[in-house]
Design a binder for this molecule. Structure first.
Ligand SMILES: C[S@@+](CC[C@H](N)C(=O)[O-])C[C@H]1O[C@@H](n2cnc3c(N)ncnc32)[C@H](O)[C@@H]1O
Length: 168
């Protein structure tokens, strides 16, 4: 796979509302997601929030169109909860499919590593409310270098992977 497009150095493979980005318009990042949602109020009463998902590029992280070894960094924060499609959380963060999540995330990891340059870094975020991190990490043969749990319940984990340089 090759094309002549000049891509920014960083890919956010499922950007959603870009909530964790300090600069949500960072020109060094290609913000991508499978859905487009203009400003929408989700939730009710005190839980009501305005959410949006306006990616630079619509794609499916299971089958991306970018050439091999395009990005210096890939950020992968896939849905992590089994939810009904119409739930407030699903509209904000997407939903994990109970039947296909292992295949979906295995393909997602595979694609993230394919489009990552050798020597590049993959940042993976996971919340283990429904699926433990140890199970999700079975979806890739790559091993994270280090990780960091966060949040009050310590259920959100940030992991950094490095795609080793290939031997000449
Ligand atoms: C946990 S949210 C990401 C939140 C985001 N990191 C933020 O800071 O706001 C997961 C996102 O993955 C997207 N998603 C789900 N399946 C996808 C797929 N197959 N390809 C690309 N994006 C997908 C959802 O639409 C959702 O926006």
């Amino acid at each position: 796979m090759s094309d002549n497009t000049i891509y920014p150095p960083i890919l956010d493979a499922c950007c959603g509302g870009r909530q964790f980005w300090f600069d949500k318009e960072n020109p060094n990042v290609l913000f991508a997601d499978c859905r487009v949602m203009p400003d929408k109020v989700v939730g009710r009463g005190k839980d009501a929030r305005t959410r949006r998902c306006l990616p630079d590029r619509v794609h499916d992280f299971r089958a991306m169109e970018y050439p091999d070894e395009t990005f210096q960094m890939v950020v992968f924060d896939p849905p992590h909860l089994f939810l009904g499609e119409n739930s407030f959380m699903a509209q904000s963060y997407g939903s994990l499919d109970r039947e296909t999540w292992r295949v979906d995330l295995t393909r997602g990891f595979g694609e993230c590593f394919r489009v990552l340059k050798n020597g590049g870094v993959l940042i993976f975020k996971w919340n283990e409310c429904d699926v433990p991190l140890s199970e999700v990490l079975k979806c890739t043969s790559q091993k994270p270098l280090f990780g960091h749990p966060s949040g009050k319940a310590q259920k959100t984990h940030w992991c950094a992977f490095w795609k080793a340089q290939e031997e000449e």
